[in-house]
Structure formats: C-alpha cells, structure tokens
Design a protein around this ligand. Structure first.
Ligand SMILES: [Zn+2]
Length: 219
C-alpha cells in the first residue's frame, strides 16, 4: 500500500461520518475515482456508518459499556499509528475512536464479530421469514453459556407498537426473549436475550400485540 492509499484509508471512516474538511473531501473523492481498492474499502465501512446514523442519542445512554479490553485495543491502535511529519490537526482520531467504541457498545457481546477476535463464539446468520407486508428483517445469533442472544436488524414494524419475541426450543416450548417497539421506516437494531441454549433452540418468532407471527427465524 503506498502512502496515498494509506492516507485515504485512514480518512474513510471520518468521511462517512461527515468529519472531513472540504479540501480533504475533494482530495479523497479524486483518489476514489481512480482507485477501485479504496472504493471497495469504503463500501465495507459504509454499513458501520449507516448503523451509527441510526442510533438515537437516548439509546446510547442505555447501551452496554464496551469491554475494557476493546477500549485498550482501540487506543493502542491509535497510539501505534505513525503520524506523518506535517500532519494536519488531529481531529479525526478521536472521532474514529468514538465511532469504534459506539459500534462496540451496539454489538454488545458480538464484539468478536466486528473486531475479528474475541472471547465470544462467532455470530451465526439466521434464516428469517417475514410474514407481514413492509417488514424487512435479518438476524444473527450468538450462543452464550447462559442462553442465546439474537440481534434483530429490521425496519417496517409499525411505529409505537410493542412486539414480543419468543424462542421456540426443540421440545416446542416457547420462552420469552424480550420486547421492542416498532420504529416504522426507521431501521432498528435490537438485542434480545433468552435462557434457551443454542443446542436446544429451534427458532424464534416476533409476535404482534394480537399474537400473530410477524417474523420467524429458523435456528
Ligand atoms: Zn487507493
């Protein structure tokens, strides 16, 4: 990777979060026009920035704190990154650290998935079927020693309506996994926890207030 690629890649996160100056954006745009590799990198980062854009400040207040090892790792990375002699004002590193910490908080136990390594087992993609018009949903599952954690990434649930999530075990029992309010067209990412262990979990249902299945996931 030559120096200009390196500089550009360091700026991609800040760019997606709207943190670059106008001249920096112009330079970055010019480089991206001619560099498919950096464009691909930008595409990889985009979902993270989109997830951040969907975060309401009041949700952050209740987000679980990221584990200390992750904060340390992010700070180490920042400390070890060599700075060019004539560096522009350092305003983007804190922004990216903040972004990394927010992402870590959002994914909770799924830190390993974003960071590539970690104490948790990997996230597992779940086959999801939606049974209500307008609802779009995808889900992943993390097996824990205490049960499973389901992350539901969705939009189209009726705004303000409470939905209940149950996990179905292999004996056909349904066990509560929590509730959430629909957010309409706004995308939501919702973590749901249940005591059913991965080995016994057969699927999960999202139920509307009338008990109708709106989304079904196969586990
Ligand atoms: Zn490049």
């Amino acid at each position: 990777m030559n120096d200009s690629h390196r500089t550009i890649r360091e700026q991609l996160g800040a760019y997606l979060l709207g943190g670059l100056t106008a001249p920096e954006e112009t330079a970055l745009g010019a480089h991206l026009d001619g560099c498919p590799d950096c464009r691909a990198e930008l595409d990889d980062l985009r979902p993270v920035a989109d997830a951040l854009a969907g975060v309401a400040p009041q949700d952050l207040a209740h987000a679980p704190a990221p584990p200390p090892f992750l904060i340390e790792r992010v700070l180490d990375e920042v400390r070890r990154t060599p700075r060019p002699a004539a560096a522009p004002p350092r305003r983007r590193a804190p922004l990216l650290v903040a972004a990394a910490v927010v992402v870590a908080a959002l994914v909770g136990g799924g830190v390993g998935f974003i960071a590539g390594t970690g104490p948790d087992a990997p996230r597992e993609a779940v086959a999801v079927r939606t049974l209500a018009g307008g609802v779009q949903a995808s889900a992943t599952v993390i097996p824990h020693t205490w049960g499973i954690e389901i992350t539901l990434d969705a939009d189209g649930f009726t705004a303000g309506t409470p939905y209940r999530v149950v996990v179905i075990d292999d004996a056909g029992r349904t066990v509560g996994a929590g509730e959430f309010l629909g957010t309409g067209a706004d995308p939501m990412v919702c973590n749901l926890n249940t005591s059913v262990l991965r080995a016994q979990a057969a699927g999960f249902d999202v139920l509307d207030p009338d008990g109708r299945v709106v989304v079904h996931g196969e586990l």
